[in-house]
Design a binder for this molecule. Structure first.
Ligand code: SF4
Length: 396
């Protein structure tokens, strides 16, 4: 098939796949963001939706701008304290709306400063969120979840042992970051250049974000909005197991950093460790990485590689990895496996990890070895899991 025709065939195929993925995501949609008393949660509405709500109340568009400022710049939850809004209007808003937060079910602090929350939503479903402070600077990343459970069953991952219950809504995704900011009192949103403790977001918690794309995209657009939280896209990294058809869209629409859970250099092994590989094999995945919009030496693609003793940690595999990613602006995060109860793997030896890293480094690829964080509270990579379970149908 001539090149152009082949490309359009690939794109058509991707379009059909995207439609299928979005339809499946809708089947696991979150419950409506409305309280039993009929009041609606304002968090998670896009600017346009907020403006439409104000219009429906007979208010001018500037109200939406004012509210946006209170919600996302000031972090205010009480309409009565929004002092640029006149009292009658405050009351009108309080009758119809709430400014919601996920409930903190538990909070645990690790000896190394990592903090993990178990957040509970209105339907009692729960996810985990982790704040990982930088070891040497006054900043840190919030690792947020995008689904309750996960469909993908990556073999090294504790979350993967929990069936997908449902997708999180935009309010629940942005709500994790907001609640983390509440926990550290980081309001109002620090202006450009002012240091932030909660300076980065990694979309790497429970779930596969590209299987819940619409809600993730909406939440990240809220987070990036300059008149609110104002976190730059350069400070956001989305991690995928390789949902190839959605990767281009993510790059074009959001422009956030991309991390890919690679973990193996042959399809045979990756089929086993990351079963999604059977659908989107390594060659397709790397092709999508090569065309990821905005990737450059300043914004390298991160490949995540969990180090499993005797499974994927040989020198030959390190050399093959170099070959696979050659010419790509990339770095490789080497993650010593974090065991969890019943996990089938062991962590690679320190010697094996360092040998692997040396081969990558010698080939010009930064390959930091991730220091396990929050292990004592099961907050490290791949260890998140909640007790939430898919509700049985009444008939069962
Ligand atoms: S690594 Fe991510 S995609 Fe794979 S099972 Fe765990 S949460 Fe799901």
């Amino acid at each position: 098939m001539p090149g152009a025709e082949m490309n359009s065939a690939v794109l058509d195929l991707n379009e059909a796949e995207r439609a299928r993925i979005l339809a499946k995501a809708a089947a696991f949609a979150p419950p409506p963001a409305t309280l039993p008393d009929g009041r609606r949660d304002l968090v998670g509405l896009s600017r346009e939706e907020l403006a439409a709500e104000m219009l429906a109340l007979g208010e001018k568009p500037f109200r939406a701008k004012q509210l946006w400022h209170w919600l996302y710049h000031q972090g205010e939850t009480d309409f009565a304290r929004m002092n640029t809004i006149a009292k009658p209007m405050q009351m009108k808003l309080a009758e119809r709306f709430v400014v919601g937060r996920p409930e903190v079910a538990t909070q645990q602090d690790s000896a190394d400063g990592t903090r993990k929350w178990l957040f509970r939503f209105r339907d009692q479903q729960q996810v985990e969120t982790v704040y990982i402070p930088s070891a040497d600077e006054d900043r840190g990343a919030v690792c947020i979840s995008t689904q309750v459970g996960c469909t993908l069953s990556c073999r090294f991952c504790h979350t993967g042992t929990q069936a997908l219950v449902r997708n999180l809504g935009a309010a629940e995704i942005v709500g994790q970051f907001i609640a983390a900011r509440d926990s550290y009192g980081e309001w109002p949103s620090p202006k450009d250049g002012t240091p932030r403790h909660l300076s980065n977001i990694v979309v790497m918690g429970m779930g596969e974000p590209l299987y819940n794309y619409e809600n993730v995209a909406k939440a990240l657009k809220i987070v990036m909005d300059h008149e609110g939280i104002g976190l730059s896209r350069r400070r956001i990294t989305l991690s995928t197991s390789g949902v190839v058809p959605m990767m281009d869209r993510c790059g074009v629409e959001l422009g956030v950093g991309l991390a890919v859970s690679l973990h193996a250099v042959t399809d045979e092994l990756r089929d086993e460790i990351v079963p999604l590989n059977r659908k989107y094999p390594i060659a397709d995945l790397l092709a999508a990485c090569r065309r990821y919009p905005g990737a450059s030496n300043a914004r390298r693609i991160t490949f995540e590689y969990v180090m499993l003793r005797g499974v994927n940690d040989s020198e030959a595999e390190a050399r093959e990895l170099v070959r696979l990613i050659s010419g790509m602006p990339a770095k490789v995060n080497l993650i010593p496996f974090n065991p969890w109860p019943g996990s089938p793997y062991k962590t690679s030896t320190s010697e094996a990890i360092h040998r692997f890293a040396d081969i990558l480094n010698d080939a010009g690829y930064a390959s930091p070895i991730r220091r396990p964080r929050g292990r004592d509270i099961l907050a490290a990579c791949g260890q998140l899991k909640t007790e939430s379970e898919r509700k049985r149908k009444v008939a069962e």
